[in-house]
Design a protein around this ligand. Structure first.
Ligand code: TXA
Ligand code: MG
Length: 328
């Protein structure tokens, strides 16, 4: 049996399959069977109040599980398959929601998306069931962008890992909530905010990065997208320079264009916008070695994919303060 058939059979029978998407690798299970989806939360150590995104091979199938209004259809037609998740009302069947509470954390809405990755689309087509999939990493750690990252983080906790090579986008999907009158940006991601606003013809409401809040259960959510080596973020290169001096150069620098003349162990030029996004998580993982002591990152401007990169760097850094983050 070929691997794709094996993977789709595993999904159908309630198993856990990690698969590539264009954003990050996902940890998939049937979304219509609570006992299958429950395995995702166990494998990731994910708290049950963090809802999962449900994946489909096309818009047509997604409309059976979520209610699409005109705006939702417009965005789906223009940007699917692609790095966009739409939060929409759940559809009902004989008085019960089709997507169970466990997947939506009890919300009446569900996040749905059609990924732009050929292996993922073929898997979803063959499985012919809605597939819940968060990023395939232990809760709180940096998301995986290669099959090897998944193996390192979850290994034997997954029934099968499909290898589709490195992810083309590198940061998670952009999440837009269309349940209210005003479309809201819940998470900046692989699809630029400007393109969405252009198609909608109105601005997206966006709260930005929530200020750190201490949780009732300290330790629960204290790290997110966070490597073990502390990350510090800077808007201004001169402040970064001063910090590197204070650290006597025992730090690695991350920036779009590269920083010169600053004492450091290494200065990594990541490229602008999509280039910085595509290698961000792999770079954070590679640098996650105590010899680096500190990662100092110069934030990109909040335009295009820069907004998503800022958000992930913010989370990687703020998490050291014990902040609570609602986004997985
Ligand atoms: O790119 C992606 O979106 C990847 C790939 C695998 O598709 N998935 C992903 O899933 O990033 P995850 O679990 O790491 O992030 C899902 C986030 C949740 O933490 C939550 O913030 C939001 O999506 N979400 C899901 N359903 C929601 C809902 N009904 N209402 C509000 N937010 C929701
Ligand atoms: Mg995640």
């Amino acid at each position: 049996m070929d691997t794709l058939n094996q993977a789709s059979e595993l999904l159908r029978s309630g198993g856990l399959v990690a698969f590539p998407t264009e954003t990050v690798y996902g940890l998939g299970a049937r979304a219509d069977r609570p006992e299958a989806a429950a395995r995702i939360f166990q494998a990731k150590n994910r708290p049950s109040f963090d809802p999962l995104i449900v994946h489909f091979p096309d818009l047509e199938l997604a409309t059976r599980w979520a209610v699409f209004d005109d705006r939702a259809r417009r965005l789906a037609r223009r940007f699917w398959p692609g790095p966009l998740t739409l939060v929409l009302p759940r559809t009902m069947h004989e008085g019960t929601p089709r997507i169970p509470d466990l997947v939506t954390s009890g919300l009446d809405s569900v996040g749905v998306r059609v990924p732009d990755q050929p292996l993922a689309l073929e898997l979803l087509r063959r499985a012919d069931v809605p597939v819940a999939a968060p990023s395939a990493n232990p809760f709180g750690y940096v998301s995986p962008t290669t099959a090897e990252h998944v193996r390192q983080g979850l290994g034997s906790r997954v029934d099968l890992i499909l290898d589709g090579g490195p992810c083309a986008v590198g940061v998670e999907s952009t999440i837009v909530d269309l349940c209210g009158d005003h479309p809201r940006l819940l998470r900046p991601g692989g699809l630029a905010r400007e393109l969405l606003e252009d198609e909608l013809g109105c601005p997206l409401e966006y709260g930005g990065f929530a200020p750190p809040v201490r949780t009732e259960a300290p330790g629960m959510l204290e790290s997110h997208y966070a490597p073990g080596v502390p990350v510090e973020i800077f808007e201004d290169p001169s402040h970064l320079h001063a910090r590197a001096n204070a650290l006597h150069g025992r730090c690695v620098l991350l920036s779009e264009r590269g920083l010169e003349g600053i004492p450091c162990l290494d200065s990594i030029a990541m490229g602008e916008g999509p280039a910085m996004a595509v290698s961000l998580f792999a770079t954070l993982r590679r640098l996650d070695n105590p010899v680096h002591e500190r990662i100092l990152a110069l934030l990109p401007a909040p335009q295009g994919l820069g907004l998503a990169v800022r958000d992930r760097l913010f989370r990687a850094a703020k998490s050291r303060l014990g902040a609570a983050h609602p986004i997985g």
